[in-house]
Design a protein around this ligand. Structure first.
Ligand SMILES: *Cc1c(COP(=O)(O)O)cnc(C)c1O
Length: 409
């Protein structure tokens, strides 16, 4: 179907069109993820372009930063081009030297490890807890050596790591605590927002996250002593930010750094997304809860484990995962949903035994058996704000039509 040529740019900014894939059942396909378009998103993008301020640190960047600081209660937020780049900034700010060690989970995205490996540091991979799939806090102390400089936690699915224990260990050994909070925007641990625990935390606004601008991220700084240098690193190692504030009369090369600031056009997208955050979250929680309640009986009958959220954690409905008894069940389940036009996805492959993990890092003694086991059995269901009630019902019905056969456990 040909789309009509719109009369004005704002009409062009009408509802987005997505390719609708029709399944053999005549129903449209339900993708694993579809990025939500926030109410003011296209208007703000147009405004940013018309402002003539399309490079970084313009008016929309200031607004997005303020909204982000409000949600995370972080000391200071800086928008970045990605969570990957925010993690790279943490590695530069830590002044890591080749051979320094950084303890992190094996069950995470590659960027968590890459950022430190790029500075010559050694990622030391710890196993995860069987319940939350977060780094097992009982393994952290044993992973510390003379070369350990930092611990990086990842709040999987936005369910907090055991921050009390990990925070105390970092304090006792003088280690930096970093939160890779890519999943955790809007999550809480004991009533406190995720991203406010580490001296630094990172956010992702990649298309797959709850708040997205295609590609984007942020660095949260809870240690005021890091702010001035972070600003320089983010601006190619120059004091350009101070120059624009009129604090210096020319800007110069001060430190190492890179181009870590996003265009104000992307920040405009982000402002609209952050303004819509409460409604997006309400919708995501409603979907998460329907899955959780309506799949309880089926999960029990089939030996499938639903997500476990400890009492002191409030999760942000970032993802809904299921753990099957074995890899073969997981694979046939993904195929079963695909036949019904529903996208489901597995998740992280362990880093400790990945080619680059073996080359640049190492696992703690004892390895990461829980990670290896869970990675092969985990699957994520579609979860995005524009999934309507009928779609959710279709997913639930399709899931319940799957029976785990010949299982061992
Ligand atoms: C998405 C994600 C990242 C990377 O985010 P980008 O913004 O795409 O760089 C890093 N860590 C975790 C845990 C993630 O889920």
């Amino acid at each position: 179907m040909a789309r009509q040529t719109p009369a004005t740019p704002l009409e062009a900014a009408g509802p987005p069109s997505f390719t609708v894939v029709v399944t053999t059942t005549g129903l449209s396909a339900i993708p694993f993820n579809r990025p939500h378009v926030a109410r003011n998103e296209l208007n703000y993008i147009t405004e940013a372009v018309r402002n003539g301020f399309t490079c970084g640190d313009g008016p929309f960047t200031r607004r997005a930063t303020a909204l982000l600081e409000e949600i995370t209660q972080a000391g200071e937020a800086m928008l970045t081009t990605s969570c990957t780049h925010a993690l790279e900034m943490t590695a530069i700010l830590l002044d890591l030297r080749p051979g320094d060690e950084v303890i992190m989970p094996s069950f995470t995205f590659v960027s968590t490890a890459n950022a430190y490996a790029l500075r010559g540091a050694v990622p030391v991979f710890a196993d995860c807890r069987p319940d939350t799939l977060n780094i097992d806090e009982r393994l952290v102390e044993g992973a510390i050596t003379r070369r350990t400089r930092a611990v990086v936690v990842v709040h999987y699915a936005g369910v907090a790591c055991e921050m009390e224990t990990i925070g105390k260990i970092c304090e006792r050994y003088g280690l930096a605590l970093i939160e890779d909070n890519a999943h955790g925007l809007g999550g809480f641990y004991r009533g406190r927002p995720l991203g406010s625990f580490g001296e630094m935390a990172t956010q992702s606004f990649h298309e797959t996250k709850n708040v997205q601008c295609g590609e984007g991220g942020a660095l949260l700084l809870n240690d005021p002593g890091l702010v001035a240098r972070a600003e320089i690193i983010r601006e190619k190692g120059t004091d350009r930010s101070r120059f624009f504030r009129g604090q210096v009369d020319k800007y110069r090369w001060i430190d190492i750094g890179s181009s870590y600031l996003p265009s104000d056009v992307l920040a405009a997208m982000l402002v609209a997304q952050l303004e819509s955050f409460p409604s997006v979250q309400a919708r995501r929680h409603a979907i998460w809860s329907r899955y959780h309640e309506e799949l309880a009986g089926w999960a029990e009958e089939n030996g499938i484990r639903r997500p476990i959220v400890p009492d002191d954690c409030e999760h942000p409905a970032h993802l809904y995962h299921l753990l099957f008894p074995g890899l073969e069940h997981r694979q046939s389940f993904i195929a079963h949903l695909a036949e019904r036009g529903i996208g489901a996805a597995f998740h992280y492959q362990p880093l400790h035994n990945a080619p680059a993990g073996l080359l640049h890092g190492r696992a703690i003694p004892g390895g990461c058996p829980v990670t290896e086991d869970a990675a092969g059995r985990l699957v994520r269901l579609p979860l995005f704000a524009d999934l309507d009630e009928d779609d959710v019902t279709r997913v639930i019905d399709a899931v319940r039509a799957f029976e785990v056969t010949g299982r061992q456990r």
